[in-house]
Design a protein around this ligand. Structure first.
Ligand code: DX5
Ligand code: ZN
Length: 262
């Protein structure tokens, strides 16, 4: 069983309500909501007010993908607006990401790096990942405490081992198969080895229903029906995000069915 999550980033924003109804009627399971802040990624999309407006219009599971810096500042807004799943990026608290920022916006909360460095499982991990695991754990805990499911996303260029310390703190791993920021990009097959690595990390991967305690593996970016979708499902992905492959398709229902039957 694979869940299909159309990304509204490829929808006609001037008709959002009917665009959502279209995919819901066509058999979509979730609705993927791409939030971009122009800092973590070179694009700006939409925020919690749009999700709040959408919530009463659909019964679909709302899957908020936060491609933003300092997500701890914003997760409550999305959950209060009605998000069922909130996914943050493992890189959103990384030295590399911060080093790309103009200094005055770099840290709106001080991360006590020295204390944090101690808490990382191994120097190799700290070196390989250069992320602030304390901030990530706090934010994941906060998402769950507010009653939503917690997801953690990883970019194509980030080592999958960076997810391992958090594997028991999340309900979903979102594997990016494009560099985040835009729809309509070409699929990057690097995710196949990452799916295999996650399945080695945990026994919790989804069986039949996405019930509490199970871990979903979502793949996002350049996902299209046919060989790519069927190889992803065969590898163990159980949620497929698709933007252009659904909203740019001549027939949305056929596109969703083709992904579902991959
Ligand atoms: C990209 C987004 C994706 C994107 C998917 O940063 O996270 O969700 O909208 O669109 P397609 O399927 O067209 O690549
Ligand atoms: Zn996305």
């Amino acid at each position: 069983m694979v869940l299909i999550a159309p990304s509204i980033l490829s929808a006609d924003f001037s008709n959002l309500e009917s665009e959502i109804a279209r995919v819901e009627k066509a058999g979509a399971n979730w609705l993927h909501f791409d939030v971009m802040d122009g800092l973590f990624v070179p694009n700006i999309t939409f925020g919690a007010p749009i999700l709040k407006a959408i919530r009463p219009k659909t019964k679909l599971f709302l899957d908020a993908h936060l491609m933003i810096m300092n997500p701890h500042n914003h997760v409550a807004d999305f959950i209060n607006a009605g998000a069922d799943m909130v996914t943050i990026h493992v890189e959103s608290y990384s030295d590399d990401t911060y080093s790309r920022l103009p200094q005055d916006t770099s840290r709106d909360f001080e991360l006590n790096t020295s204390a944090n460095a101690g808490s990382d499982p191994s120097p190799k991990f700290a070196a390989a990942c250069a992320i602030k695991s304390e901030a990530i754990s706090k934010t994941l805990k906060h998402i769950r405490a507010l009653g939503a499911r917690a997801g953690l996303s990883i970019n194509p260029g980030t080592d999958i081992s960076c997810i391992e310390p958090f594997i028991d703190q999340i309900d979903m791993v979102l594997l990016m198969s494009v560099n985040p920021g835009f729809g309509g990009q070409k699929f990057m097959p690097v995710v196949f080895e990452k799916i295999a690595a996650i399945k080695k990390m945990t026994k919790r991967v989804i069986g039949t229903e996405f019930s509490k305690g199970e871990l979903a593996i979502e793949v996002d970016g350049g996902v299209v029906p046919g060989e790519i979708a069927s190889q992803l499902v065969a590898a163990g992905a159980n949620v497929l995000v698709a933007g252009s492959a659904i909203y740019k398709a001549p027939d949305v229902k056929l596109a969703i069915e083709a992904l579902k039957n991959a």
